[in-house]
Design a protein around this ligand. Structure first.
Ligand code: HEC
Length: 752
């Protein structure tokens, strides 16, 4: 914890000094397009080699065929997962283990300060088509960028209202866009699906997927396939009912809807109680883009936790199709098979990482499989025609808790987990320390016992709580895994952290659009905890190598035919590893938390790698707005850690979303801050972890119980210096903003 504190403080303070390191001198140019300003630093002169763009596909996106969408990516990166196998594998091999050390930046483009505030997470994986990149930020703004020059061709601004804060559970983010038939498609946090003109970014049509008033938002990359857009909302923390929808890509009209929680009369409804309506708020929402097997006509996706998150008292049964892989007929939306990874989830073990098609020779035959790395630390590897496990996954008896109505057994794979499932001594200590720090004035935190996966139920206040791991951060959270079909190696980016949860004394009552946790993680290590990068041989299911990182692996993996694995690090580096041995071959500081997934494609006859470095709200990493392109032709060197956010501010931008202020001197703890201004600082920077009313949420404790949150001095100190898993805001917020937010916290949250 101490180390984390110092690193974060250092990273954010460094961020206050605008500095693009030496090596950027290749002709920094400021380019203006109609509605926005952007700074682009380029190492190659504008306008070279566009004529080398591949001729196989026309400049206008066609209505891509299933063959085009399933082809192994080479010239283009057509879908969020590279192809509809979702394996995030590129056939390009110009950059390989022998020369990757020479990879440098072609250009760096600042995306006009979009998504700089702490509440945003830049998780969007770029799409590359015929020399143009399409990438969203956490503000749901979309940028079309010329891959040759780095110039922004057009910008779409979503102008999301701040009021969404009350239903954005886990950071303002967007995982990527889809393309097809002349359009760019995006899902927005406000619940809409938007189609943009490929050439102008103008809106062609909008459809409502779900309403934020009911607790829904959208974060996933849509899927374009067979003339339809497949998309579903999230919100399993707000008493929603998950679903997957298909829309006509030309008109935006809905073609079908599949409810991830079956209703009365539908198969699976019997896994919910008969005597209440919990199924209506049963969660099982959709976090990520589906994969597709065109030969079977099926789309595959994984679903979120059951709702309410931590409370199983009122929903006896397995609670289908929560925490499951679901296979639907792509044309009709009818279910073909399902596989539930966690029965009757009460740990927030949802399945936000995308499913990946895995074809591998096993015992002499080619298995056509599908894999999904769960938050619980295990890979679920199934036959994709039948949904049956490839390697055994026995239903295993687990410890029971009658109050929580726990499932008798859980499917525990024989493939070794990628994240530990037993609480270590260190973890127990960290969880206890978090509980002690959060104990209300004049009380002592309860003594926490060591539990394990499936043996750490939320307990009622007054009964001894148990720590368990992985916690609600995972395991593998949303970061996508990658499969190399040539070497049959499978790469999973994950983390390891523990928590203890308590139930609310009474079963929580559902209220429309409000948090529906049914308990709280009163002592959690949060998101930015030790990370792991694991390589499995899918022909045997065995782990071949594993890397340990001091902080979470919170970016996802991409592999290439050059036998490389690209992974981003919380400290800001994009890195390349030898796919066979795990040896680190290249590490490059991008200037902001490297918390997104790379895209690989060819422009000007050369392999290029695009990467969005913008930081992450939950991982608490340095924010920025840097879109990078790398190649062996590149001449741009690394930049200073944390320098991305300030580079744009110092380039004379007038960004509305910039978080910096006029004064960097320490906030005066006696000054009387402005409560109204503090409210907006809180909603941009704090609510992502502490909840919109300070009630606690993902990674941040309930402020109403913490003594230090009652005094202006206590809040100013914590906000300025951070610590205990919270980033320091001293280099990012002005003294006035800090005293305003301290006024807001102490007047309206803790001392009301
Ligand atoms: C990335 C998640 C995250 C964000 C963003 C965040 N916090 Fe925190 N905050 C935490 C965590 C984790 C702790 C617990 C620290 C500990 O246990 O020492 C915490 C603790 C606190 C405390 C109690 C300090 C103490 O001594 O225990 C206060 C007050 C606080 N945060 C205020 C804020 C304010 C105000 C903001 C916005 C400017 C903010 N936080 C943003 C995660 C976050």
């Amino acid at each position: 914890m101490k180390v984390a504190r110092r690193w974060l403080a250092a990273a954010l303070l460094l961020g206050a000094v605008a500095l693009l390191a030496a090596g950027c001198g290749g002709g920094g140019s400021t380019s203006k397009t109609e509605a926005q300003t952007a700074t682009t630093t380029a190492s190659t002169p504008a306008g070279t080699s566009t004529s080398d763009a591949p001729a196989a596909l026309p400049a206008t996106f066609p209505a891509f065929t299933a063959d085009q969408l399933s082809a192994v990516p080479g010239d283009n990166w057509l879908t969020n997962g590279g192809s509809i196998t979702n394996d995030r594998f590129s056939s390009l091999a110009d950059v390989d283990t022998s020369n990757v050390a020479n990879l440098r930046g072609d250009w760096i483009t600042h995306l006009s300060g979009s998504g700089l505030a702490s509440k945003y997470s830049l998780e969007g994986q770029p799409i590359a088509y015929n020399g143009t990149l399409y990438v969203p930020t956490g503000a749901d703004d979309v940028f079309a960028v010329d891959a040759t020059t780095g110039r922004i061709k057009w910008t779409y601004r979503a102008h999301l209202p701040d009021s969404l804060a009350s239903v954005v559970c886990c950071g303002w983010d967007n995982r990527g866009v889809a393309i097809g038939d002349g359009r760019v498609f995006l899902g927005q946090l406000d619940g809409t699906l938007v189609a943009l003109d490929q050439n102008t970014g103008e809106v062609a049509w909008r459809s409502s997927v779900a309403s934020p008033k009911d607790g829904y938002t959208v974060t996933m990359a849509p899927l374009y396939y067979d003339g339809r857009i497949y998309i579903g909302p999230v919100g399993a923390e707000y008493g929603t009912r998950g679903r997957m929808d298909a829309y006509d890509a030309t008109t935006g009209r809905r073609v079908w809807r599949f409810w991830n929680v079956p209703g009365p009369g539908e198969a699976g409804h019997e896994t919910w109680p008969k005597d209440n309506d919990e199924w209506k708020h049963g969660g099982a929402t959709t976090w990520n883009v589906p994969s597709v097997d065109p030969s079977l006509g099926l789309i595959y996706y994984s679903t979120a936790n059951a709702g309410s998150d931590f409370d199983g008292r009122n929903r006896a049964g397995d609670n289908l199709y929560s925490a499951s892989i679901v296979a639907l007929d792509a044309t009709s939306g009818r279910i073909r098979w399902h596989y539930q990874e966690v029965h009757h989830d009460i740990w927030d073990y949802d399945a936000p990482s995308p499913t990946v098609l895995v074809d591998a020779p096993i015992n002499g035959t080619t298995v056509h499989g599908i894999a999904q790395p769960q938050k619980n630390g295990y890979v679920y590897f199934l036959d994709r025609a039948t949904g049956k496990p490839v390697f055994p996954i026995p239903e295993t008896a687990v410890p029971q808790n009658a109050i929580q109505r726990t499932a008798k057994t859980q499917p525990i794979p024989t493939m070794k987990p990628f994240s530990p499932t037993k609480v270590s001594k260190q973890q127990l200590k960290a969880v206890q320390a978090a509980a002690d720090a959060a104990a209300p004035r004049g009380t002592k935190a309860p003594k926490i016992q060591a539990g394990s996966i499936y043996n750490g139920w939320g307990t009622l206040p007054g009964t001894p709580p148990k720590a368990y791991t992985p916690n609600n951060a995972g395991g593998d959270n949303w970061p996508p895994s990658s499969y190399n079909p040539q070497s049959h190696m499978y790469y999973v980016c994950s983390q390891s952290s523990a928590t203890a949860s308590t139930l609310t004394p009474k079963v929580a009552a559902y209220r429309r659009g409000r948090i529906y946790f049914g308990g709280q993680l009163f002592a959690s290590q949060g998101f930015n905890t030790p990370g792991l990068l694991t390589a499995y041989d899918m022909t045997t299911g065995r782990i071949v190598w594993q890397k340990h990182f001091p902080r979470s692996c919170y970016s996802g993996a991409v592999s290439t035919a050059g036998n490389l694995v690209f992974v981003g690090r919380n400290e800001g580096q994009l890195e390349a590893y030898n796919g066979t041995t795990g040896e680190k071959l290249w590490s490059f500081q991008t200037g902001a938390g490297a918390n997104s997934t790379a895209a690989v494609y060819r422009v000007g006859g050369r392999e290029r790698i695009a990467f969005l470095a913008g930081g992450n709200a939950l991982a608490g990493t340095a924010h920025g707005d840097s879109l990078w392109q790398f190649s062996l032709d590149g001449t741009l060197g690394q930049v200073r850690a944390g320098s991305s956010a300030t580079a744009i501010q110092h380039a004379g931008e007038s960004s509305k979303t910039k978080t910096g202020g006029e004064s960097r001197s320490p906030a005066d703890t006696r000054a009387v801050g402005d409560v109204a201004a503090g409210r907006s600082v809180f909603s941009s920077n704090c609510s992502v972890c502490h909840g919109d009313r300070g009630q606690g949420g993902n990674g941040g404790p309930n402020l109403t119980t913490i003594p230090a949150a009652r005094t202006v001095a206590g809040v100013v100190k914590q906000v300025t210096n951070g610590g205990g898993g919270m980033p320091a805001f001293g280099g990012q917020l002005s003294a006035k903003q800090i005293s305003d937010v301290a006024a807001f916290v102490t007047r309206t949250i803790t001392n009301k």
